[in-house]
Write a protein that binds this ligand. Sequence first.
Ligand code: KDG
Ligand code: MG
Length: 403
Amino acid sequence: MIISDAYLIVTSPGRNFVTLKIVTESGVYGIGDATLNGRELAVVAYLEEHVLPTLIGRDASRIEDIWHFLYRGAYWRRGPVTMSAIAAVDLALWDIKAKAAGMPLYQLLGGKSRERVMTYAHCTGKDIDACLSEVEKHLKLGYRAVRVQAGVPGIPTTYGVTKKDGERYEPADAELPSENVWSTEKYLNHVPKLFAAVRDQFGDDIHILHDVHHRLTPIEAARLAKEVEPYHLFWLEDCVPAENQESFRLIRQHSTTPLAVGEVFNSIHDYRELLEGQLIDYIRTPLSHGGGITHVRRIADLASLYHVRTGFHGATDLSPVCLGAAIHFDTWVPNFGIQEHMPHEAIVDTVFSHDYQFVDGHFIVGETPGHGVDIDEALAKQYPYKRASLPVNRLEDGTLWHW
Ligand code: KDG
Ligand code: MG
């Protein structure tokens, strides 16, 4: 299984995706997701200039050795660009190995730990009522877990809440970063009312999740986590920027609300203090940003020592390739928690054919050898790359704020 070719396919069927294809001399090929939202071409450059030329002639079956060659062998380690590039290679190699074995990927990982993968839906609205309508709609679709985000009175637009009801907030497709206004005071005074309304209308049997997008200080996050305890959230996500991991100790000291973190993490080292200190409950690093299956399964194993479960990031910037591989991982991993599900546009699913199915709020893994996702390269070429940027936040007085 000697690698004979490795190249990238950059396509934008409604949003940008970068896909790596690795081809072996026997003709078996694998694909990996190399998409990093708003930084797509940085990963392309890293792969094309520094990684792909080193792969030609290597044995594709030596996944572990190639991973260490790309990680340990590099002077510059970690970081989102590097780890997304390594992840793309790793996902493609696991795809090749599983295809060569004639097995769906979950079998190579160790087989099924469950029959189906619970997902959570995105329910957002310009106000609480609009958000409640979205919850109702998604419960009718079979979801048992909903991530609720509602506009805050006095804040004109916020990333994470759709501008128009019924639409998605991703992709944030301004060519250059747009600027949003943020007020912590207004948000903190308002958001508990959203959870109260959801519990009031839909009862205790559904799971409620919420994403703070890193916007609070530690003591503000502690206040929020404590105040929303009566609504029994499944998780409160990214309530503080996570560079200062001690922040989570402060939040933990004040509250029993479960905490999720890690969609911007890319290494096991980002988690060590949080896991060893028992400061979090869910890990969110997707396979495509955290060095692929080879590395993320080590994070999941470390997490399992501390009763911490997975809850992979799954917004639409993670391509169907990442999602497909994630569903295999979710089906296998012993300490699975939940999988984020923000459905791709139909055109994306045309470019990326896949064998996973969505039934009653759950994903069902496919049985095709490999991770079960492929790309139609001719169709992909019809959608050229378009620069797109995530927004920034400023406080009402103009201060640039956390994302
Ligand atoms: O690339 C950034 C988005 O995927 C992210 O902001 C969405 O926070 C997000 C989430 O939880 O899905
Ligand atoms: Mg998030």
